[in-house]
Ligand binder design. Structure first.
Ligand SMILES: [Zn+2]
Length: 356
């Protein structure tokens, strides 16, 4: 039976993740039962859960290799964080059609990122829908080697801040619009040239801001470090689709081994674990997603999400060999997810831990 301690839990599970640094999505044992935090996740939609099992499988496959890479580099903090992600949502406590677990909230966890992504979309979509003529902008610099990635990410942050400051002054003098938008920092790896492409994706309210940003970006970097052809701006046709495109959360996990040979999906994609570790490490000091020039309505505080005492509950444990959570008492599987042979093959055979 589910018995709230006090107050009622928020209806939205997604809110739990928005409250970073709080005890949301956690649990501990008491003699009378199990105390869980957050509203838990609804078990009703099997498909949602099968997708989650898939992401859990991908994350674990990737993380074990990231751990190997980080251990080799003696990056102990990162090894710890990777293990934390490996164990993310490993155990659930189920009661009354909901399950409660512990979330790592790390940016390299595809399970947590997906939930966070949904949360960002929920919160930003209503605001962006009010913008007159949203534009999607991509700002890039030249591809760089792993050893220089830190420096370039710092440069990107600085350049963007300087552009904002300049536009703010212009706006105060009545010489330009207020700079408003959302932006995300992303970096992909090119396995052929062994380089990294740090870049910004933005959605801004109109073509004028899109143009100002692109022009200022080019002025800042000059042709030596970027080119006009590598910057893009276009009208947003579907806000939701472009929001999904914008919030990739850092980097793609699967990479085509040769970007020049687009073979219509015939060449199996690869996971370049060493390159991903380089990206995660270099991006650590930076926010991946940010808004600028506007605020959102206030979120409810985490104190509204009361702890709940579960007196009767099922335990579900993720079993990597089954790609699913199972109930050790009954042997029952939670989702029934079955990975395709291709996915199994990629995770078993297509993870490269050297190239970077
Ligand atoms: Zn996680």
């Amino acid at each position: 039976m589910k018995k709230p301690f006090s107050g009622s839990a928020s209806e939205k599970f997604l809110d739990t993740l928005a409250q970073s640094g709080t005890a949301q999505g956690d649990y501990f044992a008491l003699s009378q039962g199990r105390v869980v935090y957050g509203a838990g996740s609804d078990l009703a939609d099997k498909l949602v859960w099968q997708r989650r099992a898939k992401r859990k499988m991908i994350t674990q496959g990737m993380i074990l290799n990231l751990i190997k890479v980080a251990e080799k580099k003696e990056a102990h903090e990162r090894v710890k964080a990777y293990w934390n992600t490996y164990h993310c949502q490993e155990k659930f406590f189920g009661s009354d059609g909901r399950v409660y677990g512990r979330y790592c909230k790390n940016r390299f966890c595809t399970v947590c990122c997906c939930i966070r992504k949904a949360d960002i979309i929920n919160r930003y979509l209503p605001e962006i829908n009010t913008w007159e003529d949203p534009h999607f902008v991509t700002l890039t610099v030249k591809a760089v080697r792993a050893s220089k990635l830190d420096l370039w990410l710092f440069g990107i942050k600085k350049a963007f801040r300087q552009i904002r400051e300049k536009c703010k002054k212009n706006n105060q003098r009545g010489l330009g619009p207020k700079l408003i938008g959302i932006k995300s920092l992303e970096c992909n790896f090119n396995p052929v040239s062994k380089t990294y492409n740090p870049h910004l994706h933005l959605i801004v309210p109109n073509a004028e801001i899109a143009k100002i940003l692109t022009d200022e970006w080019l002025k800042k970097w000059t042709r030596k470090y970027t080119s006009p052809r590598a910057q893009h701006q276009r009208r947003v046709q579907c806000v939701e689709r472009d929001l999904v495109e914008l919030i990739k959360y850092g980097s793609k996990i699967f990479t085509e081994p040769d970007l020049n040979k687009k073979a219509g999906g015939k060449i199996p994609r690869m996971v370049y674990a060493a390159a991903l570790d380089t990206i995660f490490s270099a991006m650590k000091p930076y926010r991946l997603f940010e808004r600028f020039g506007f605020n959102l309505p206030k979120q409810p505080g985490y104190t509204q999400q009361a702890p709940t005492l579960l007196q009767q509950y099922d335990e579900w444990i993720f079993e990597p060999s089954l790609h699913d959570w199972h109930n050790p008492d009954t042997g029952e599987l939670l989702t029934g997810f079955r990975p395709t042979p291709q996915l199994q093959w990629i995770l078993a055979q297509s993870i490269d831990t050297d190239l970077q």
